[in-house]
Design a binder for this molecule. Structure first.
Ligand code: SF4
Ligand code: SF4
Length: 166
């Protein structure tokens, strides 16, 4: 390999690495979903059992109504009916707590003006084609320093919620 070829090889390698670093994750990989009538909290999840238990973790692990994890499924009608599973720990499920709940509008990666995410590809297959919706959520959620502390009504004054696309 002469000098020019080596230089070209190095530049190509750097560009390829840079491209893969900036490539966003498809929605389906992080279970991106839009459920409008929820803040993705345990108290709104089908696995929640009153008081402060979760079918997934078993009877010995405490959860809070304002907690949440990567196994969240929206629905309160079946709460209490799902038997104890206890096959996974809170840590394995990514359990965290946030008083006001979750969703993209409280996530540090969400662009509140462009309705895009720094991590998840808005153009990928899934809910809300072509955009990341403020009321959606996914398993890559991280608390934003400011917005994570705000209530839904407070956030409504900051973010104009677009009509969801399906
Ligand atoms: S810990 Fe996860 S699965 Fe259990 S109730 Fe909360 S969100 Fe649902
Ligand atoms: S803004 Fe956060 S919660 Fe929403 S898609 Fe991006 S990483 Fe997931």
């Amino acid at each position: 390999m002469n000098l020019d070829t080596r230089l070209l090889h190095t530049v190509t390698h750097v560009l390829t690495e840079s491209e893969s670093e900036t490539k966003k994750i498809p929605k389906q990989v992080v279970l991106y979903i839009l459920d409008q009538a929820t803040e993705y909290k345990c108290g709104e999840c089908i696995y929640f059992k009153t008081p402060n238990r979760c079918s997934v973790f078993g009877p010995d692990a405490e959860v809070k109504a304002h907690g949440g994890c990567n196994f969240y499924i929206q629905g309160t009608r079946m709460q209490g009916e799902i038997p104890w599973l206890g096959h996974i720990t809170k840590e394995q499920a990514g359990y965290v707590e946030n008083a006001n709940g979750f969703s993209c509008k409280r996530c540090e990666y969400f662009d509140t003006k462009a309705f895009k995410c720094a991590k998840v590809d808005e153009t990928s297959k899934g809910d809300t084609p072509g955009m990341i919706h403020p009321n959606a959520c996914c398993n890559h959620w991280e608390a934003d320093d400011d917005r994570a502390k705000l209530s839904t009504s407070e956030l409504r004054t900051q973010i104009s919620v677009p009509s969801p696309k399906r």
